[in-house]
Design a protein around this ligand. Structure first.
Ligand code: 2AM
Length: 180
């Protein structure tokens, strides 16, 4: 099973992000826009994982979440990753947030303790808006959104054979229950 950890968003944030996608489309941006039900902020991509390791994957999320208190994220400017996996990835950035980096760092440590591989690449928090994206004018700005972060969700990314699309299925939610 293909697993990853993310901060999931409440419905009103997904609505605001969908409106932002409309702004992007209105300036002529093309690409594979992220569907509402798959909007998220990745913390760690575990990748293909044997089902026998699922308990350990849940445990890592629980251990990390136990050390962190709920916090808020604030969106920043849009940006992009140059062509690579998924073509040009157009994303919405986030204001620097120590609490987010702490959570991500805790998760990496807890994954290592559960004998998963740590991410060696630097963490670059972003909310993907579109893949294989193309645009020719300045990207529209979005009035800053405040996003509540209440826990870590372990998702399974499953390919639907009939549509070929990935669906993200929440398998486990570890709520932040540490001290602020
Ligand atoms: P992103 O949009 O935040 O970059 C599920 O596949 C999610 O895991 C993707 O939406 C992607 O999140 C993230 N991810 C990170 N590294 C990945 C990789 N090597 N392959 C696929 N997805 C990856």
């Amino acid at each position: 099973m293909r697993l990853f950890y993310a901060i999931d968003f409440p419905e009103e944030i997904k609505s605001a992000l969908m409106r932002y996608q409309s702004d992007l489309r209105s300036i002529g941006t093309t690409g594979r826009f992220v569907r509402r039900d798959t909007l998220h902020l990745t913390l760690h991509f575990l990748g293909e994982t044997p089902p026998s390791q699922l308990m350990k994957a849940k445990k890592a999320a629980d251990q990390a979440a136990a050390t962190c208190a709920p916090f808020s994220l604030c969106t920043a400017s849009p940006g992009s990753f140059a062509k690579g996996r998924g073509g040009e990835v157009l994303w919405l950035g986030l204001e620097p947030c120590k609490a987010l980096l702490d959570v991500q760092g805790q998760l990496e440590d807890c994954l290592e303790r559960q004998e998963f591989k740590k991410d060696t690449k630097p963490y670059r928090p972003h909310i993907t808006m579109a893949r294989d994206a193309d645009w020719s004018t300045d990207l529209p700005k979005l009035d800053p959104l405040t996003i509540p972060a209440d826990g870590i969700t372990l998702f399974e990314s499953r390919r639907d054979v009939s549509t070929g699309r990935y669906r993200y299925i929440p398998l486990h939610i570890a709520s932040f229950c540490g001290e602020a």
